[in-house]
Unconditional design. Sequence first.
Length: 453
Amino acid sequence: MKKSVILYSVKEKKVYVCTNCGYTSGKWFGRCPACKEWGTCKEYKEQQGKIRSEEAVISSLLLDVKPPLFYQTGEKAIDDLLGGGLAQGAVVLLGGPPGVGKSTLLLQMASKLSEKHNIIYVSAEESIGQLSLRAKRLNIYPQKIKVIPANDIDSIIDRLSRENPQIVIVDSIQAVKSQDSEGLVGSINQVKASAFKFVELAKKKNISTIITGHVTKEGVIAGPKVIEHMVDAVFYMEEEKEGDLRILRGEKNRFGKASKAVILEMTDNGLKIVDDPALLFYHPSRPVDGRALTIVMAGNQALVAEIQVLTKKTPFGIPRRTCAGFDINRLYIILAVLEKRMKLPVYMLDVFVNVAGGLKITDTTGDMALAAAIISSMEELPLNDNSVFLGELDLGGRIRKIQFLKKRIEEARRLGFKNIFSPSTKETNVIPVNNVNELFKIIKECRDVCAPA
């Protein structure tokens, strides 16, 4: 059947793009409406229309389509995160701040994948010598990995089309330039044009492609929306402050659940999977008041978090409130609830909050644990290490259920915690706590909760 051809005219349109977050507008702006940064607006010319194109073909979803082939990376945790492995023809975006370990992880993956598959590593940032030194430092001697040390997108695409590999790794998209696009290397237009050509080649040749992208100070990948909607999966690698731990989180995944995460540890020999990270941020110690435990979720991984609170009478008219690893706005709410519903004199106390190990709690998971730690500090009643507190605190003083409560309870049991406090639930061996007054009563009267003097 002969395909018809449709002719279009080409027009140029001015667009204004924020160089910090990628926000696009048809009008100039002084301050970006998305990221609130000043002076980041830059003008670009965008071509609209096509000279010729083939007419779109209508197909049916009732096709006998075979499931994609998955390449195994050699690490079960990474394969599970990807949705069963690296899918054939999939384009995966790996984001993270510079120096977090993206290149190290990809070089380790490339070494294992090259044992069974034809793989090409596009090194747009580092030279062959630098890549070789990193491989030797990691005790990797990948004889079968082919490297393209170039950053011109047209020459890279031409070479990949002739080699026809099974897997391509691009490190990084910000270092690749396109002659067909305006702007400096790493600009929004350049990133957009280069990413489009890699995605186009991957879909046409059925090549699995992993692209790395650096994040900005706002924590988003440069040209974020342009890249994210193009690719099949997006993962972010985060670094725990001043530590060797890395958290690899799923943000989008067309081949599996996006809510999964893998915790890795940076060692002298590269990144290693942490098999059981539940107790990474918790270390038993002697009983001390103002300390309570909860269980937070990092993707699909449950972690024990230790919330520490120090309260003291303020010497000034306005008390201080300081948080490290906890949302200070949640602290304000919890203090107001304790003062209003329980008549606790928190208005005259300085309150200092810390989440041990550098862990960050960004949701309402730690509300009840923080309230328990505050009460413990004010009453000078140390809580023992056999108790965990799982619940969200509302403005009425009620304690509500939190997400993944069943999984958190199961993890607490597996780790040997005897006292699991949560709102009323169908789960057995759980102590129900429905409001802050009940929580206060339990801490004051229950010997199983308080540590021996």
